[in-house]
Design a protein around this ligand. Structure first.
Ligand code: HEM
Length: 410
């Protein structure tokens, strides 16, 4: 691509409430402005296109995480400084390796029965009255799953998990509120995962075992479990609730899922592509580089717009359409890529598969019964409420089976 003689720039603010509520026109404008666009208000280079974000993620030596994953120095050098997201190179690989087997596809596939039973029970409970909130259902599924995985005692699942992503954002009220909350939650989590309190078979148990083998320090083991717990909840809840909302608004895709529940993962991937739960993350440019013709100097801060990449027309045909039959449906960047790609992919997908299959089996009809309520956050996107109504089959098995009877919503 020919070099840009004038560096593309923009005065837009990514974090105004209007933009947070619907960022997609802003993202489209940024993609039309350039492959990297200097955002005057935030002092970072926004990277809005699929190809460029992928290139950045595949080059962690040039685009480093330390000191740059969040927008503010306060968060980068404070709360996030020791976390796995902020590490680079061998130190990062060592931390990732410590829990890699525990989070990999083989270990997660062993949880299938447990998660499937939980999903069937929760769907039956929530759908019984004929209407429910998809966010509440998703949160219960995720908090119970993560609570068990991490090794937390039962009543602490919902109180200790979720809600730290505003710390990645700009210096605004959301950041001021999030920093002390995130610190308090982390302190409570650290107390809850003390060595004597957790099951050796849990994720915390695996981290302590890695410390015993000398692969991690004790502090790193505790920090790593907190990082995994904090990263795992709101992301998955938002992704699951978004999927249910999209299926509730689209009878064609809902019928497609009911006819072939094996499309549950595709239903989830499409929702992640269209509304990435993590909308943006930063990196620091370690050496002067060229990003599709835009020169970015060493020391500059780039802001990767995952949320924009899923709508990039240069990558996706009919980018705005939710389509369970889309080819290469999992090629979106909502789960990251490269060295920092989400280590919770297998777990998130397993939860989606179990919950959406349970929904498709149990519910013969699904529709929205009110406007979903958007939760406005600095760098994550999701709803605080998605009210749906369902018609259910009393049979726990395949509701498409002949003879299944319907119960209408009350
Ligand atoms: C739908 C659900 C999820 C989404 C959309 C998601 C998204 C992401 C993304 C985009 C990144 C990369 C951030 C970057 O490039 O800096 C990431 C990293 C991470 N995720 Fe997830 N995630 C999800 C679920 C989970 C789960 C279930 C876990 C753990 C059980 C988890 C743990 C982590 C951790 C620890 C990192 C940091 C990895 C690193 O920096 O090396 N995530 N996630």
């Amino acid at each position: 691509m020919p070099p840009h003689t004038i560096a593309p720039s923009s005065s837009i603010s990514l974090f105004d409430e209007r933009v947070l509520a619907d960022p997609y026109p802003t993202y489209a404008a940024l993609r039309a402005t350039g492959p990297a666009v200097h955002l005057e208000r935030h002092g970072v280079w926004a990277v809005p296109g699929y190809a460029e974000v992928q290139a950045v993620l595949q080059d962690p030596d040039t685009f480093t995480s330390m000191g740059g994953v969040a927008l503010t120095e306060q968060a980068n050098t404070g709360f996030l400084a020791d976390s796995v997201v902020s590490r680079d190179g061998e130190e990062h690989a060592r931390l990732r390796q410590a829990l890699a087997r525990r989070m990999g596809p083989r270990a997660i596939s062993k949880l299938r029965e447990e998660l499937s039973a939980r999903a069937r029970r929760l769907v039956a409970e929530h759908a019984e009255s004929g209407s429910f909130d998809a966010v509440a259902l998703s949160r219960q599924m995720v908090c119970d799953t993560i609570g068990h995985l991490v090794g937390l005692a039962e009543p602490e699942h919902t109180t200790l998990l979720g809600g730290t992503f505003d710390v990645f954002g700009p210096d605004n009220d959301r950041l001021s509120q999030a920093l002390p909350e995130a610190a308090a939650m982390r302190a409570a989590l650290v107390r809850a995962i003390s060595r004597d309190a957790v099951d050796p078979g849990s994720l915390a148990g695996a981290a302590y075992a890695a410390a015993d083998r000398g692969r991690l320090t004790e502090a790193e083991a505790v920090g790593l479990v907190c990082d995994y717990a904090a990263a795992s909840v709101d992301t998955t809840v938002f992704g699951l609730a978004e999927t249910i909302a999209r299926l509730a608004m689209d009878p064609v895709q809902w019928t497609r899922l009911r006819k072939d529940p094996n499309r549950a993962e595709a239903a989830f991937h499409e929702a992640l592509r269209l509304d990435a739960p993590i909308q943006g993350r930063g990196r620091i440019v370690s050496r002067t580089t060229d990003l599709s013709g835009v020169r970015i100097e060493a020391g500059e801060h780039v802001w990767l717009l995952y949320g924009s990449t899923g709508r990039d027309e240069r990558k996706w045909s009919r980018a705005e359409t939710y389509d369970l039959a889309r080819p290469f449906v999992d090629r979106h960047l909502a789960l990251g890529a490269g060295a920092h790609q989400c280590p919770g992919v297998s777990l998130a997908l397993m939860q989606a598969r179990c919950l959406l299959r349970a929904l498709a089996h149990r519910c013969t009809h699904l529709e929205l019964v009110g406007d979903p309520v958007r939760a406005l956050h600095n760098t994550v996107r999701g709803h605080s409420s998605v009210p749906v109504a369902v018609e259910t089959s009393p049979y726990a098995g395949d509701a498409t089976a002949p003879g299944a009877t319907l119960r209408r919503p009350r």
